[in-house]
Structures are given as structure tokens and as C-alpha cells.
Design a protein around this ligand. Structure first.
Ligand SMILES: C[S@@+](CC[C@H](N)C(=O)[O-])C[C@H]1O[C@@H](n2cnc3c(N)ncnc32)[C@H](O)[C@@H]1O
Length: 241
């Protein structure tokens, strides 16, 4: 997505370049203008293309949206640009909340970014037609609690992008990660697609459907010797597909 940041003045551009440098390091990349590209590890535009092909909505018209584990707000902004009404982003790390709030002001995209833990989400935040939950489930030590809390505030659809076990023989299983995974010790669980479908239904969604992998490093291992997971999209609905 090109965010079409429109700034003519040289001084203003210099100030924005300075501010975005000070706000780093970034995890999410943003192609803000031809003179301002925030380059980071996560290329949202490329992932979004894959998710769109798997059924991520192209139209959020009038929907209320919760983006949980929102980081610098990429998917919140996508939802807004695709027509969403009220959008709330929840993020555990204050550093990323500051980035999201800065971009919200800069791009004039009205999103309420909150410093909060997914484990604490409840109806005080409101009720939401759609929940976006990308790259979060494997960072959650207590996934059944978080899914139940998300189900309690969700009126319609949850969009879960995650790392998944690739081996079809393990589809009903989950792997617990005791130490680091790909050098990151905040990873706890990798779910088989059927396992996460079951968990999403048990949490209070009537339907859950794994939509497929968009990244499949079959047979590869991480530097820790753990089989690498693939990435895919799962969609849950409160009242059936
Ligand atoms: C892999 S990043 C994914 C960010 C974004 N959703 C995306 O797909 O680009 C995981 C994000 O979840 C946040 N996070 C991790 N644990 C969380 C929690 N318990 N509550 C809220 N956010 C959390 C991290 O700080 C990080 O920004």
C-alpha cells in the first residue's frame, strides 16, 4: 500500500525524516512517499498481497475493527483505508505504540492506539465487527484466554495470520517452544492449522477455517534445530461462514 504522504516543504520533509529516524527501530515497513520509505524486517505490503489472495477482506466499509498486537499500525491503517469506521489498535510495547500514534497523526488516519496487553482485552474497549490478529498468536503464552477474550468483543470475524506447523500429520497438534525460536524468546506456540481452528471454535466462534499457507519452508530448520513453521491465514466467524 502506498500511503501517499503529501508534504511539499523541504523543512517539513526534513523534520519528518528526523522524527521517523528517532522513532526507530521499526518492525513494520511503510512506503510513505517517494522521499520517505521506512524499511524494516516486516514488509507488510508483500504479506498483505498474500493475505488478500487467501481471503483477507478488501472492504471494511463501516466496520468497527480491533487490531490486536498492532505494532506500528500497518493493518489498522489498511482497515481504515479500506473503509473501516472506528479502529482500535492494542499493542504491548510502548515503543511501537508511539510509532503508531505518530503515523496516525502524520497520515491523518484516525485510529485509537492503546498500550495494552492482549490478555486484558475486554468490552471496555468496545465491541468490534472485525478483529485483526496478525503475527500475534505465537507470542501469546496463554492463547485460550486471549482467544476467549477476543471472542467476547467480536461480533463477526477474526482474521488470524500466524506461524503454523506444516506437517499434515501434526495438523491437530501444537508445539510449545521452551527457548528461543529463530533467535526470539518471545515465541511460545506454533499451532497446527486444525489445532488452531479447534481452539478458535472452543473460544466462542461458531466457524473457523484455515485458508492456506502463503509461506512454506518445508523441511527447513531454525538455527535452534526446530522445524520451521509456515505462515498462513485462518478466519473465524462468530455466526458461521
Ligand atoms: C510479530 S509482531 C506482528 C505485528 C503486526 N500485527 C503485524 O502483523 O505486522 C507481534 C506484535 O505483537 C506485540 N505483542 C506481543 N505480545 C503481545 C501482547 N500480549 N499483547 C499485545 N501485543 C503483543 C508485539 O509487541 C509486536 O508488536
Amino acid at each position: 500500500m502506498n500511503w501517499h504522504l503529501d508534504v511539499e516543504s523541504f523543512e517539513e520533509r526534513q523534520r519528518i525524516l528526523h522524527d521517523t529516524a528517532i522513532l526507530g527501530p521499526w518492525y513494520q515497513s511503510f512506503d510513505l512517499a517517494d522521499w520517505l520509505k521506512i524499511g524494516a524486517v516486516h514488509d507488510g505490503n508483500s504479506v498483505l498481497g498474500h493475505l488478500d489472495a487467501l481471503g483477507f477482506p478488501g472492504d471494511f466499509s463501516g466496520k468497527t475493527v480491533l487490531d490486536v498486537g498492532c505494532n506500528a499500525g500497518y493493518y489498522s491503517f489498511v482497515a481504515k483505508r479500506r473503509g473501516a469506521g472506528r479502529v482500535v489498535g492494542v499493542e504491548l510495547d510502548d515503543h511501537f505504540v508511539r510509532q503508531a500514534q505518530y503515523l496516525s497523526r502524520l497520515l491523518r488516519i484516525d485510529v485509537d492506539f492503546l498500550h495494552n496487553d492482549a490478555h486484558n482485552v475486554d468490552t471496555r474497549l468496545g465491541n468490534f465487527d472485525m478483529i485483526i490478529c496478525t503475527g500475534l498468536m505465537y507470542h501469546i503464552p496463554d492463547p485460550t484466554t486471549v482467544l476467549a477474550r477476543l471472542a467476547a468483543v467480536c461480533a463477526d470475524t477474526i482474521l488470524i495470520e500466524s506461524e503454523f506447523l506444516i506437517d499434515p500429520g501434526l495438523t491437530h497438534m501444537a508445539r510449545f517452544i521452551e527457548g528461543p525460536y529463530r533467535g526470539d524468546s518471545t515465541n511460545w506456540w506454533i499451532y497446527g492449522p486444525k489445532c488452531l481452528e479447534d481452539m478458535v471454535r472452543a473460544a466462542g466462534f461458531q466457524e473457523a477455517q484455515f485458508k492456506g499457507f502463503y509461506f512454506d519452508p518445508h523441511g527447513e530448520e531454525t538455527e535452534e534445530g526446530i522445524p520451521r513453521g509456515g505462515r498462513g491465514l485462518l478466519i473465524g466467524r462468530k455466526h458461521g461462514m
